[in-house]
Design a protein around this ligand. Structure first.
Ligand SMILES: [Zn+2]
Length: 393
C-alpha cells in the first residue's frame, strides 16, 4: 500500500497520451509517484533532486496510463467467447439466460470477483459497467469493486418490456431499485464509485421508463448508459416499436436521455440528423470494435463521429466482444477504422477519461492525477498500479 508522502521513481519507456493526435514518448522516462498521485514525469533522472525516493528500474518495459473501458457487461463474463449469430438472437439464446443466473447472490458474488480481477489483470483501472437487472447482484458488484480499489461506474440494467420473464421488470420497481442503488453508491469510496442509470436499450424499455430515467438523471445530474444503433435488424425493430419517431436516436432524445453525461454504446447505423443530435447534446460514444466484428454488426463510422465533435472512448463490450483486454481492443480499433496506434492508445486512456469527465484526474501522466498505470512487457500486461498501489503482477 502506498503511503502518503512516500515517493517512488519508476524508470521505464513511457507513453503519455496528451491529445488525440499526440502521444509523447519518453525512452527512458522517469515517473515520480507520491502517495496516490503522479508528482512529475521527466526525461532527466530526478534522483539527484529527490533523494528520499525509492527507485524502481523497469528497464526495457513500457508504462502507459491505466486503461478506461467505457462499455462492459459484468454478467456476461462467464460466457465470453461463447455463442454466435447476430445481436437479437445472441441476446435471447446466450445472454439473457446467463444474466438470469444473477438472481442468485452467491453466483453474482463469484462472477463479480472473477470479473474485477480480470479487469485489473488486463490493465483496466476504470470501467463503465452494465450489471444485470438484479438489485442485489448490482449491490454486490459495487462491494467487490470497492474491495479491489478500481474506479467504476456501475448500473443495474433496466428492462420493462420485450424481455424474458426471468428478467422482465415492473416499471416502478425498476426505477425504485435504481434510485436506491444511486443513493447508496453514487460518489462512494471518495468518488471512485459512481452509479450510472442503465435502461438497456429502446427495445427492452418502455417510453415511460426511459422518460422517467431522463427526468431522474436530470434532477440528480446522474450518468446514463444505453445501446444505440448496433445492428440493422435491431434498428428496423426499433422503428416498428416507435413508428411515430423519425429515428432510433430520436427515441432517446424524446425520453430526455441524451445528455453530456450519457454514454451510448456502438452508434453504428446513424443518419446525419442522428449524428447531429448526439453532437448537439454532447452525448459520449463507446466504440466497441471487437464486439461489432464478432456479432457482425457493422463498423462504427469513427471518422464521421469524431469530425462531428463527439467524444469517443473504447469499450470491450464482453461478451459481444470475446476479450476483456483493452490491448486487444486497441488492435481491433486500428484495423476496423484505420487509425494510428497512438490514436487507439489515446481512445483507451485519455479519450475514455474525457467520456467520463475525468480527464483532470486520470488518463495521462500529469502532476496531481491518480497514479493509475500499466507496466507492459512485450506488449503484455506485466504489472498494474491503481493510485500508486500495485494491484496486479
Ligand atoms: Zn453492450
Amino acid at each position: 500500500m502506498s503511503t502518503p508522502g512516500v515517493k517512488t521513481i519508476y524508470k521505464a519507456n513511457l507513453l503519455n497520451p496528451v491529445a488525440r493526435d499526440r502521444v509523447d514518448a519518453y525512452s527512458p522516462g522517469y515517473l515520480v509517484v507520491s502517495g496516490n498521485s503522479i508528482e512529475e514525469l521527466s526525461r532527466e533522472d530526478p534522483r539527484p533532486r529527490i533523494k528520499s525516493a525509492e527507485f524502481v528500474d523497469l528497464d526495457h518495459n513500457t508504462i502507459v496510463p491505466g486503461f478506461v473501458d467505457t462499455h462492459v457487461h459484468l454478467p456476461q463474463f462467464a460466457i465470453m467467447g461463447v455463442g454466435s449469430g447476430e445481436l437479437l438472437n445472441w441476446l435471447n439464446n446466450y445472454t439473457y439466460p446467463e444474466e438470469a443466473r444473477f438472481a442468485d447472490p452467491e453466483y453474482a458474488n463469484r462472477i463479480a470477483t472473477q470479473f474485477f480481477d480480470g479487469l485489473l489483470a488486463n490493465g483496466t483501472t476504470t470501467a463503465v459497467i452494465y450489471s444485470s437487472v438484479h438489485e442485489q447482484a448490482t449491490d454486490i458488484a459495487f462491494l467487490i469493486a470497492k474491495l479491489t480499489g478500481i474506479r467504476a461506474f456501475i448500473g443495474k440494467a433496466m428492462m420493462d418490456r420485450n424481455s424474458p420473464l426471468e428478467l422482465l421488470e415492473d416499471t416502478d420497481a425498476s426505477l425504485a431499485a435504481s434510485v436506491r442503488l444511486f443513493e447508496k453508491w453514487d460518489g462512494a469510496d471518495n468518488g471512485r464509485l459512481r452509479y450510472i442509470f442503465t435502461p438497456r436499450f429502446a427495445g427492452a424499455c418502455s417510453m415511460d421508463l426511459m422518460k422517467r430515467v431522463g427526468q431522474i438523471a436530470k434532477e440528480r445530474t446522474a450518468f446514463i448508459q444505453s445501446h444505440l444503433s448496433e445492428n440493422l435488424d435491431e434498428v428496423a425493430w426499433i422503428h416498428t416499436l416507435f413508428p411515430d419517431l423519425p429515428s432510433y436516436t430520436s427515441v432517446y432524445e424524446t425520453a430526455g436521455m441524451l445528455t453530456e453525461r450519457s454514454i451510448m454504446g456502438h452508434c453504428i447505423h446513424l443518419s446525419e440528423d442522428e449524428v447531429g443530435l448526439l453532437a448537439q447534446n454532447q452525448v459520449k460514444v463507446a466504440f466497441c470494435p471487437y464486439s461489432n466484428r464478432t456479432l457482425r454488426s457493422g463498423t462504427m463510422p469513427y471518422q464521421r463521429l469524431r469530425d462531428a465533435g463527439l467524444t469517443i472512448g473504447l469499450g470491450t463490450d464482453i461478451a459481444g466482444g470475446p476479450s476483456l483486454s483493452m490491448l486487444d481492443q486497441l488492435e481491433q480499433a486500428q484495423e476496423a477504422v484505420n487509425i494510428s496506434a497512438s490514436e487507439a492508445l489515446y481512445l483507451a486512456t485519455l479519450g475514455g477519461a474525457k467520456v467520463l469527465g475525468l480527464d483532470g484526474q486520470i488518463g495521462s501522466f500529469e502532476p496531481g492525477k491518480d497514479a493509475d498505470f500499466v507496466v507492459l512487457e512485450n506488449k503484455s500486461v506485466w504489472e498494474v498500479y491503481v493510485q500508486g498501489k500495485l494491484v496486479y503482477f
